[in-house]
Design a protein around this ligand. Structure first.
Ligand SMILES: [Zn+2]
Length: 248
């Protein structure tokens, strides 16, 4: 299938919006909102890998006290994004090159399996929903909006996993996805391979195979998609870090 995806240079993206949504909400949705914003903040590389989580600064940024912040940090620790320290602090989890290689290979296997199973069970409505996410993601790509792109991208991958109709797979996927989410985001900034354009072209092939319910083809494409992501992540790990968006 011929791709129409243009190459772009290093993406420039504004930091995640903050502080502009302060309406009254009930507690549960407030907790969810804090969690979302904190997760994005960590995933988008605003705290260096291995560095302590600046709790006081985050409380100010989110307009909350320590207790709800600690609750949210516990969730992120369970997802594997951060580690809680014995003295009540927390730091961003650091992954070695070997950790990354292993995690991306396991994710490649899980996504590949998900693609194969999804083609056996996915409904037309689910394919339509993924198509919509795909075009939404393409719009973010054209506007070089990495924040929006990444959100849509995650939802596409999660939708394929959900369409596999396998709770065991879904749980394993969520567990590993949390641990590499941060690296997966920053890998899009790897320069040498024009990774972002390459990923967008791969997503065209993913959608194409899904529409045809071509299970083994989709399985191979998803495996390679994660392989390429792995290469970009390792390159990003070993290249100078100035292409990561700075703190707001
Ligand atoms: Zn993807």
């Amino acid at each position: 299938m011929k791709s129409t995806i243009p190459d772009t240079g290093v993406p420039i993206t504004p930091p995640a919006s903050n502080g502009d949504r302060q309406e009254n909400r009930h507690e549960a949705s407030l907790h969810g909102e804090i969690l979302l914003r904190l997760r994005d903040y960590v995933v988008e590389g605003n705290i260096p890998e291995g560095a302590r989580v600046p709790e006081r600064q985050l409380c100010e940024m989110l307009g909350i006290s320590r207790t709800p912040l600690r609750e949210a940090l516990k969730v992120l620790a369970a997802e594997g994004l951060i580690e809680l320290l014995p003295n009540r602090g927390a730091r961003v989890r650091q992954l070695s090159q070997r950790d990354l290689e292993e995690l991306f290979d396991v994710m490649a296997g899980l996504e590949s399996l998900a693609g194969r199973l999804a083609c056996e069970a996915i409904t037309d409505a689910e394919i339509t929903a993924i198509e919509q996410l795909h075009y939404e993601m393409y719009g973010y790509y054209l506007h070089r909006d990495m924040h929006g792109y990444f959100q849509a991208n995650q939802r596409i991958h999660e939708s394929i996993v959900a369409a596999a109709r396998n709770e065991t797979l879904k749980t394993a996927y969520a567990n590993f996805a949390g641990r590499i989410r941060r690296v997966r985001y920053s890998a899009n900034f790897a320069r040498r391979r024009q990774r972002w354009a390459e990923a967008m072209r791969e997503h065209e092939a993913i959608l194409d195979a899904l529409r045809r319910r071509a299970g083994s083809e989709l399985s191979d494409i998803l495996f390679q998609h994660l392989r390429n992501k792995r290469t970009a992540a390792i390159e990003h790990l070993t290249e100078p870090q100035e292409s990561v968006p700075a703190s707001p």
